[in-house]
Design a protein around this ligand. Structure first.
Ligand code: 0A1
Ligand code: ZN
Length: 890
């Protein structure tokens, strides 16, 4: 650099593109890893047999990915290489002169697990060594072609201090172990199934363990182990039970059997995501393993069950059949989410699970699809792949599988799954492989359906129905469109399954006779297939004007507008035979009411009190035929974030909050005594069980408390404080605190202080303490969050705690996060800046919570843009955070 010139700006990170995919030039047959564990100087000796890929261009150098390690030695076929014989950069090691044929490459490296706060590669969590290799963490353990289409057989020899690391685990089966001099010991693990490097795992430390076993349907005895910190063994029973149920379910529902002698799970407290499906050695965020009635809520129990299942199901959808490249991530994730959703539906209530999934989709994926971070289920480019573990890839990916099933039918879907698994077993597959299997099994042309993978954005369906009394027909006109998303201005029509019914005046479903069909159908529900911008369906033999019930079972991830109104919604809240559509009728009514209240408040007019809506909820509360969990969902008003999304532009977060509080209070006023009666009836002295029935009753009881608390008065505070004091399970404790947290009353402080004492020394409880305060709608919440970020129990190196405080504030407290003066945004971006050098992955995810900023009004938009611009100009960011920040304000 010459004097007087400023340093050159580093080049902007370059995206990786799907269209540039080329097969690997070299394959790896086998890898032997020799790992000598030490906190700051762990040595890894990798011995691999490599051979040219017959499907790739010959004569290409061998490129190995690697970063953040010290290279100690490279040898080829027994001969050590001089530094001049290879090219070493910050991110790769290239061996340019390999001749054709098979070679043995030996590489020795050293890394520093203790200093690794990014929690990818090899790191320590509370003194336990563990690894996280998805997506590209293996390249921090050794130099290797770290890409999912290079599948190798792994043998791992782990050596460590016997006192510090009595437990030594890796993938597969343990084939040897023994003691060594100097207080050290070793274990050798062999995994016979070829796998990509992202599924590699090892764990070493002083852990307690509980064991059990499972016998597969062909008689293989599998030893099951769950490893946890000492003293936490009594929180593992539910996870173990869920694991055994998952193993059985995958045999029954998908014909998939487990394929090793051992299945181990390790729970660690510091983990970037929920859990990881490493072959035979799943590593979990301990939040999703450790549950006991006094430490975990019903929702926590349900999450444990679902995530255990999810990771286990990956053994086939992800591990046996893996992904060719990271653009195909939905192939394993969407499919596995679909499979875990089906498992939960079979274990619990199918309608309640479906509604819960729709709520999740609407809360997380719809806003993503409508904002600056929108991307297709199969993205076409990325800078940092870790930024694409998104609601779109996971949840919308699962919806796409569900729609496919609706279109091809149950039998063809099952046949297609069998073809997919058997044809691609041991392969790195693509979305096309999946669709080919389904097309073959069903005989259907899925070329238009494939657009769901490539086109971002949530389609809008506008539907109008017209009854003709003269010829007793009902004509349904359906138009579809999708708004432009970043990089995709033109949208083509999608192949959409629309499940519907017509309800007669007596509340009974009518038989459906579609004009032009030769067979007399008469079924009361059917799935229409939309393929064009606009389509008309005519139903015959309709004796009187029906009420239209659309999107039953939420058959497609779309936004729906119909020409129905309040009368229809009320009718369907009472009569729709499809629980999902019935719930949706209530939500639609409440949403429209809330929009009207927001407008009235802004115009200085007297807002409506929702009398008819409250009457409909009264019916829900007194209808004993309803499942309590379903009734609880019916009682929930749409959230403020969802309303903001629904309004879509120039949203004033304070007005939305005021409107929702107004309607909440109005409903509480009108239902007051009934809520108290139901609350009292639902109290139970039965011993706690996390099963769906009991959990459903608690959900309804706590929904009564929550709605009643809309009164915000002394009675409500007393009720919540009494529940807090007398609760004998965490579900009730947390529900009481979640009610008190919004109040400005003495009971609140007393309860939080008492909970803090109880949480002392228990990180999972402390995280609840942080998040219950961060979600408070009180005006002083930001100030409190700033204080809490300096609390002695808060730490930037613990992702769960960061998410509990900052993630909850930004993601679940719209009125305070979207403060008009931008203070919430600045809190977030300042925090992200501090966290970025420590843990870029978590920092980038946190920044993603800003993705809805464009729907807010001008002062908020200006403040959000400014906060992100300031972050970008404040100094070098990680690629993870840089990518999110630039897309956010592009
Ligand atoms: N495949 C895991 C999730 C996961 C993804 C990435 C991770 O690190 C970047 C860790 C875990 C799953 O779907 O459960
Ligand atoms: Zn997954």
């Amino acid at each position: 650099m010459s004097e007087g010139t400023s340093p050159a700006t580093p080049p902007a990170p370059q995206p990786i593109r799907l269209e540039d995919y080329t097969p690997p030039a070299w394959l790896v047959e086998s890898v032997h890893l020799d790992v000598a564990l030490a906190p700051s100087r762990t040595r890894v000796r990798a011995t691999m047999r490599v051979l040219p890929n017959p499907d790739a261009a010959a004569g290409t150098p061998l490129t190995l990915d690697g970063e953040r390690m010290t290279l100690l030695l490279v040898s080829v076929d027994g001969a050590k290489l001089d530094a001049g014989a290879y090219d070493l950069t910050d991110s790769s090691l290239v061996l340019p002169h390999l001749t054709e044929g098979t070679h043995e490459i030996v590489i020795e490296t050293e890394c520093d697990p203790q200093a690794n706060t990014s929690l990818t590669g090899l790191y320590q969590s509370n003194g336990v060594y563990c690894t996280q290799c998805e997506a590209e963490g293996f390249r921090r353990i050794t130099y290797f072609p770290d890409r999912p289409d290079v599948l190798a057989v792994y043998t791992v020899r782990l050596e460590g201090d016997a006192a510090a690391c009595p437990v030594l685990l890796a993938n597969g089966n343990c084939v040897e172990s023994g003691t060594l001099e100097g207080g050290r010991h070793f274990a050798v693990w062999h995994d016979p199934h070829p796998k990509p490097s992202y599924l590699f795992a090892m764990v070493a430390g002083d852990l307690a363990h509980v064991s059990d076993s499972f016998t597969t349907r062909s008689g293989r005895e599998v030893a099951l182990g769950i490893y946890v910190e000492h003293g936490k063994e009594d929180r593992t029973a539910y996870a173990m039970d869920a694991l055994k149920r998952s193993m059985k379910w995958d045999e029954d529902a998908f014909g998939r059997e487990y394929d090793l002698d051992v299945f181990n799970i390790v729970a660690v407290s510091d983990f970037n995501m929920g859990a990881m499906e490493n072959k035979g050695l799943n590593v979990f965020n301990d939040k999703y393993i450790l549950v006991r009635p006094d430490t975990a809520t019903d929702v926590d129990f349900a999450n444990v069950e679902a995530i255990i299942a999810h990771e286990y199901f990956h053994n086939w959808s992800g591990n046996r059949v893996t992904c060719r490249d990271w653009f195909q991530l939905c192939l394993k994730e969407g499919l596995t989410v679909f499979r875990d959703q089906e498992f939960t539906s079979d274990m619990r209530s199918r309608p309640v699970k479906r509604i819960a999934d729709v709520k999740t989709l609407r809360a997380h994926q719809f806003p993503e699809d409508a904002g600056p971070l929108a991307h297709p289920v199969r993205p076409t480019s990325y800078i940092e792949i870790n930024n694409f573990y998104t609601a779109t890839v996971y949840e919308k990916g699962a919806e796409v599988v569900r729609m496919l099933k609706a279109i091809v039918g149950e039998d063809a879907f099952c046949a297609g799954m069998d073809i997919y698994f058997s044809r691609n077993d041991g392969r790195a597959a693509t979305v096309e492989d999946f669709l080919d299997a389904m097309a073959e099994a069903s005989g259907r042309d899925l070329s238009q359906f494939k657009r769901w993978y490539d086109q971002a954005g949530t389609p809008d369906l506008v539907v109008s129905g017209r009854y003709s009394p003269l010829d007793e027909t009902y004509e349904l006109t359906v138009a579809q469109s999708t708004a432009p998303t970043p990089g995709q201005s033109q949208k083509a029509p999608l192949h959409i399954p629309l499940t519907m019914g017509l309800i007669g005046t007596d509340g009974e479903d009518l038989g459906l006779y579609l004009a032009g069909e030769t067979s007399e159908d008469g079924a009361t529900e059917r799935t229409l297939e939309l393929t064009q911008h606009e389509q008309v369906f005519t139903f015959e033999k309709v004796p009187s004007p029906p009420v239209l019930s659309l999107l039953r079972g939420f058959s497609a991830p779309v936004k729906l507008t119909t020409n129905g109104g309040e009368k229809d919604w009320l009718f369907r809240m009472a009569h729709d035979s499809d629980p999902c559509a019935r719930w949706e009728a209530g939500q639609t009514y409440a949403r429209e009411l809330l929009v009207a209240v927001t407008r009235a408040i802004a115009a200085g007019e007297k807002p409506r009190r929702g009398t008819r809506y409250a009457d409909a909820l009264r019916n829900v509360l007194t209808d004993d035929s309803l499942e309590p969990a379903f009734a609880a969902m019916m009682l929930d008003l749409p959230g403020e974030a969802e309303l903001a999304q629904h309004i879509g532009q120039d949203v004033d977060a304070d007005a939305v909050h005021a409107a929702r509080s107004h309607l909440h209070k109005a409903v509480a006023d009108q239902l007051g005594d009934l809520l108290l009666d139901r609350y009292a009836q639902l109290q139970s002295n039965a011993a706690y069980s996390p099963d769906a029935d009991q959990a459903g009753r608690r959900a309804l009881k706590n929904a009564c408390l929550r709605v009643y608390a809309g009164l915000g008065n002394e009675n409500a505070a007393r009720l919540a404080a009494t529940q807090f004091a007398s609760a004998n399970n965490m579900t009730d404790t947390e529900a009481a605190l979640a009610t008190l947290t919004h109040m400005a009353r003495d009971e609140r402080q007393a309860a939080f202080d008492s909970f803090y004492e109880r949480a002392s020394g228990d990180p999972l409880l402390l995280d609840k303490w942080f998040s219950l305060q961060a979600m408070s709608s009180r005006e002083d919440t930001l100030a409190r969050a700033m204080e809490l970020a300096k609390h002695k129990d808060f730490s930037l190196t613990r992702p769960n705690t960061v998410r509990a405080l900052v993630g909850v504030f930004a993601g679940a407290n719209p009125v305070r996060f979207h403060a008009a003066d931008g203070s919430g945004y600045r809190f977030l971006t300042a925090f992200v800046r501090e966290l970025d050098p420590i843990n870029p992955q978590v920092a980038a995810r946190l920044l993603g919570t800003l993705k809805t900023w464009r729907v807010y009004d001008a002062p908020r938009r200006d403040a959000a843009r400014q906060a992100v611009s300031d972050l970008l100009s404040a100094g070098k960011l990680s690629e993870d955070t840089y990518e999110i920040a630039t897309r956010m304000i592009a």
